[in-house]
Design a protein. Sequence first.
Length: 176
Amino acid sequence: MEKIFCTLNDKMVEKNLNIKKIQESTSLSRTTISNLINHYSNGIQFDTLVILCKLLNCKPGDLLVMHDIELKFEEIDSSIMELSNEEKTIEDLLDLTLNCLLMIDGKNHNFHFKIECTFFHEFEISSYKIIDLIPSIKFKHFLKNTNFPSYIEDYIHKELKDFVREWIEIYINSTE
């Protein structure tokens, strides 16, 4: 699947800029800048692109890049350990072993890793809150050694978080 990424964060590092400096130097809001850095935006206004290109002395193609990327996590093993059980709330520790299948611009990566995730869930309202999600050192080592740009690493982390959220929702619904 083709996906467009904003490289603003990488450009900011190159130019030794932070959100505040960009906000003070332009008419852009902190929210707009933050959304672009954190990939929360589904698009960018041409005016915003012009402002950023002028500030960073670059072209639109330097701020927006497209990659053919497919990412899939598969569960290999899982276990849940109850850490605490209060009247209406349980704190659990999820230990999950995953296989990651990543294809980016025609290059395939396949690796196994573990995560630990601590979460609370409430019986009566079927809600949960992730307290901590810790990928293994093997996961971090893989990302470091592949030298992916920060926006690709951010994308992988976001997708991993979404996978774990979905896993927890299925688990909670199956225990009710």
